[in-house]
Design a protein around this ligand. Structure first.
Ligand code: PLP
Length: 430
């Protein structure tokens, strides 16, 4: 399909630009050659669509529309806007390359890129559901996702029941005749709860619901939910896929039928499209994905072990630690523990806990006080007053997000420097 689109694009461009024979003598094809290549090879080699100039790196197509050789060709191309390039709200070759690469890394048939992770959440719901439909979702969700499910979608008649992600009976009991979708994030933000994708997928299947997994925290380098029974993987590409804190992006990966027949018509019409420039930045990020995530995971484990031994720390939440309640499941389901470490400080009252947490955060000079994660630079956040600040205090407490909790998204600095950076505030908190 891509190949046809590419040759059609080239033919049109030759006609319009009057290309010389020399420039077109060596036609190149999309370099998605072999489906049996391994992950690290796919990360640097898949999703490369070369133009007639045979450029080695991915070209950045900064254009909002594409030209046609004739009125008849324009008519034909608009009729098949999924296979030919017409307008960048529909498709763009740089975005196609990003989509093909992410589909390859997740082991999915097709991918639709979106402007952000939240645009991906919106698109999967708008593509699949209608008024009166019902979602069953893990209650441990990214703050804005929780906001969409609990405040925005109900206005359009789409309601959600939230369940403890590890309680299989709760998933089963929440199913109603109008249930159409299951949503799971694992590991969760910020407490790194791990849920069994395979087990939840079986309940979703029995309920006839589309099973959507947010794979933001692990990235495909550590976990490929489609292989464990998920129907759709959603991403905030803003996080590990970029990996350097530069651009927003999102994506949905799944079957060709779902992505092309349900998601694409929505994205094409409503316009939560990924920009070509952001796709190009993300393509560069994905080339180093597994290198980064594996090193960040190793750094995170080292820091988590050190935190666990520190007298000012009450508890550490990290799937790679033996003390994590779902450690065995995490080690089975994920390649490693990931880069997110949360920890709770001691303190007699919530006020004392908050003061201790803030003094650890304010004592850092290396870590960045910022809400993003998945960056090469370690970021430090106080969830209760930032990412989860808008949630009702009772709901926050029920979710276990206390005033003493700090979330660390470990980067690529020398972990000894991050430890020393945290030690200023931790030693003072004792
Ligand atoms: C950041 C994030 C999102 C939202 O992505 P944006 O790109 O910020 O819109 C969704 N889910 C998880 C788990 C996230 O961390």
């Amino acid at each position: 399909m891509q190949k046809r689109a590419f040759f059609r694009l080239r033919a049109a461009r030759q006609r319009v630009a009057g290309m010389t024979a020399q420039q077109t003598e060596h036609p190149t094809e999309p370099t998605n050659m072999d489906e049996n290549l391994n992950f690290d090879t796919l990360a640097v080699r898949s999703g490369s669509l070369r133009s007639e100039f045979n450029e080695h790196s991915e070209a950045l197509y900064l254009t909002s529309s594409f030209c046609f050789g004739s009125a008849a060709e324009a008519a034909e191309r608009f009729k098949n806007s999924d296979t030919g390039y017409t307008y960048a709200r529909f498709t763009n070759p740089t975005v196609t390359m990003f989509q093909d690469r992410l589909a390859a890394l997740e082991g999915g048939e097709a991918c639709m890129a979106t402007a952000s992770g939240m645009a991906a959440i919106m698109s999967v719901v708008m593509a699949e559901l209608q008024q009166g439909d019902h979602i069953v979702s893990s209650r441990s969700l990214f703050g804005s996702t929780l906001g969409m499910f609990s405040q925005i979608f109900p206005r359009f008649g789409i309601t959600t029941t939230f369940v403890d992600p590890s309680d299989f009976d709760a998933w089963k009991n929440a199913v109603r005749p109008e249930t159409k979708m299951f949503v799971l994030e694992t590991p969760s933000n910020p407490l790194t709860e791990v849920a069994d994708i395979e087990a939840v997928s079986q309940i979703a299947k029995a309920a006839g619901a589309l099973f959507v997994v947010d794979n933001c925290f692990c990235s495909p380098a550590l976990q490929q939910p489609l292989k464990s029974g998920a129907d759709v993987v959603m991403h905030s590409a803003t996080k590990f896929l970029d990996g350097q804190g530069r651009v927003l992006g999102g994506a949905l990966v799944g079957s060709k039928a779902f992505i092309m027949e349900k998601v694409f018509p929505f994205v094409r019409s409503a316009g939560p499209t990924l920009s070509a420039f952001n796709a190009w930045v993300l393509l560069k990020g994905m080339e180093t994905l597994s290198l980064r995530v594996e090193k960040q995971s190793a750094n995170a484990l080292e820091i988590a072990r050190w935190l666990e031994a520190h007298p000012a720390v009450k508890r550490v939440f990290y799937p790679g630690l033996e003390s994590h309640p779902q450690h065995a499941l995490a080690m089975r389901q994920q390649k490693s523990g990931g880069a997110i470490v949360s920890f709770e400080l001691k303190g007699d009252t919530p006020e004392q806990q908050r003061a201790n947490a803030w003094s650890v955060i304010d004592g850092t000079k290396v870590c960045s006080i910022t809400g993003n994660l998945g960056d090469t630079r370690t970021t430090i956040t106080h969830p209760a007053t930032t990412t989860h600040g808008r949630i009702a205090p009772e709901a926050r407490a029920a979710a276990g997000i206390t005033e003493g909790l700090i979330r660390l998204a470990v980067g690529l600095e020398d972990p000894r420097d991050v430890r020393n950076d945290l030690a200023h505030g931790l030693d003072a908190a004792q």
